[in-house]
Design a protein around this ligand. Sequence first.
Ligand SMILES: [Zn+2]
Length: 236
Amino acid sequence: MEKKSDFRCVECSFPIKSLYIQYSPGNIRLMKCGNCKKVADEYIECEVMIILIDLILHKPKAYRHLFYNMFTRDILDFECLMWKLLLGFLMLDSYRIWVLNVNDSESISLMSFAAVLRFSGKVLIDVVLGNFLFMSVVLIGSAKFLMNTSVGVLECKDTVLTMLVSSYFKIFLIAMMVWEFPSSMIIMIDMFVLSSNTVALKVIANSATIRCFGVCFAAHAVKFFVSEWLRKLHLS
Ligand SMILES: [Zn+2]
C-alpha cells in the first residue's frame, strides 16, 4: 500500500514490479520473488472464495494479497473507497452500539419522541467519539511502537483504510438485524475484528504480532471504556 505501483510478494512482503507475465489470454506465468524465491502471489490464479476463506483463517499472505496486489490505485479511486467504507463502518458500529444500549433503555416503541432523539444523539456521540479515539490510538501506536516514525510521516490514510477493510467481520451485524441473536454475539464479532485488525497491522507495519496486538487491543479498549463511560453518564 505504501508504494502506489509496486506489488508485494505475499510470502515475504518484498516489492516486485509485476506478479505475472501474460503470453496470451488465459496463458500466464506467475513471477517468483527475488528475495524468497517462492511464487510471489499464488492468489492471482485462485477463486475469490479461496481468498475469503484464507482471510477468515487470518493468513497474513491473504491480507498482503488484498492490501497490495488485488487492486491497484490506477483502477480504484482510493479516496472515494475510503469514504464509502468509513460510512458503512460507522453505520454498522451505530447499530452495534444501539443493540448494546437498548437493553438498558425502555423499548424504543414506548419512548417519547424526545427520548428517541436523546437516545439517537447518545449513539451518535458514542460512535463518533469512540471511533475517533480508536483511530487516534491506532495511528499514534503504529507510528510510535511499530514503525518508529511520527504520525505526520506515517501514511495515515493507508492505515485507516487497512483498519476499515480488516473490520470486514462487522458485516455479520447485518445478520443480527435479520435474525435474532443474543447480544453476546457482538462480543464474538468484536473479538474477531480485533484479531483481524492485528493481522492487518502486522502486514502493513511488518512488525511483531504481539506489538500489533498491543496497539489494536489498546485501541479497542479505549473505545470500549468510552462507550461504558457514556452509558453510565446516560443512566445517571
Ligand atoms: Zn518473497
